[in-house]
Design a protein around this ligand. Sequence first.
Ligand code: 5AD
Ligand code: SF4
Length: 470
Amino acid sequence: MHLPNYKEAKIRNKEYKTVEYKLDENYLGKYSGKTYFLKTYGCQMNEHDSENIKAILDSIGFSEVNDYMNADLVLLNTCSIRENAHNKAFGMLGRLKHLKEEKKDLIIGLCGCMAQEVGVIEEIMQKYKFVNFVFGTHNLYRLPYIIDKALMENKQEIEVFSKEGDLVEDIPVRRASKYKAYVNIIYGCDKFCTYCIVPYTRGGERSRKKEDILKEIEKLVKDGYKEVTLLGQNVNAYGKDLYSDYGLGELLEDVSKTNIPRIRFTTSHPWDFTDKMIQVISQYSNIMPSIHLPLQSGSSKILKLMGRRYTKESYLELFDKMKAEIPGVSISTDIIVGFPKESEEDFLETLEVVEHCKYDNAFTFIYSPRENTPAAKLKDNVDNSTKEERLQRLNTLVNEFFLENNKKLENEVVEILVEGKSPKKKDCYYGYTKTNKLVNFTGKDIKEGDLVTVKITDAKTWSLDGKLFK
Ligand code: 5AD
Ligand code: SF4
């Protein structure tokens, strides 16, 4: 049994090596005939981890089913970012408890960010004894051994490492799409924004070697992939722990030369977005002009309390530079309202920044105190109704700009990567523009994975309608 510990999770030393994933042959196909259901909560990093988990489970003989009621193993890959993510996972555990009362052999596992939380593990050990095993974000590759131990010893197995350990390459992967792929470039985060639990759940910043990243992308190109999204909690920090003169700008340039048609990257911290990155994004046509640039707050006072390392003014300067230098760039953001000590004036400054930036997309949240973070110790002096009201006002404003920006695309011809038939609209296909806008469109002889051009016929707040152009 290994339990998480925040003191260790906070330590940052860059002593890690790259090792290769290896599975003991005795485990291959060991659980053949058994089925699993994997539920993923949270961000793209978790979605990508689930692609690894699925491939590992496949390799030891499990096969996937779409309904948890029919599964021998139910595994929850969880998220810690806000309380509602927590509540969803615990709600699911409640349902699984009932199911297990009827189906005694059901195996239940929990992994992902919540597994790294001390409070969650205490709760699971005390109140959720029916959970068979738990593993964390740093030891996903040990899944076969953890399941095996839990079942052989027939007791709850908890293996969560607080320190990151080695960077494991070549973990098997079963990708959700044949055309779009996630590629990790950096793990962890060293920014320690005061509200954020990620530096504790995902550990220190560790970059993958550029050769390993490029090898993975070259293989994706050979396999017919059209788009890669380079992933990291803060991709702008890429390379700092490995190289003195090679960062995200240089990596983007090298990835561009693999000739993959579309390159995206997320998430960028405004603090270390360099001129080199801006220059490279504007120069290469296969690097998508679409940047996620979290603002969090428009008040320099709140940004300071959040530990964000930039001010309202320096954010706006960077924003304006991107708009001026990257042709047609779309910029999306994340904003938190109701942070401790946020006054009406502070909130109005956030609205002012939104008015200026006219974001193409925005994810807006009410602040949620997280265990062990510095902000959780601040006195929360904004009442709930004010938080709700601010979120409403913010959402009304951001929505206006989504529509205003989308309207500008009416009658324009845009490039779309076809993702498939629209789940919502009959006889429609869907895909995204270079600027990451969802388009539903009609046309003949359309194939998933094709890059096509579409004429936009109608703009809505969250999507566009169009017709195949050629
Ligand atoms: N409360 C509310 N929102 C949060 N985020 C991160 N931590 C919290 C929190 N404690 C938001 C930030 C971040 C996004 C991924 O989630 O806006 O950019
Ligand atoms: Fe959290 Fe800040 Fe790191 Fe983003 S940059 S993961 S908000 S600590």
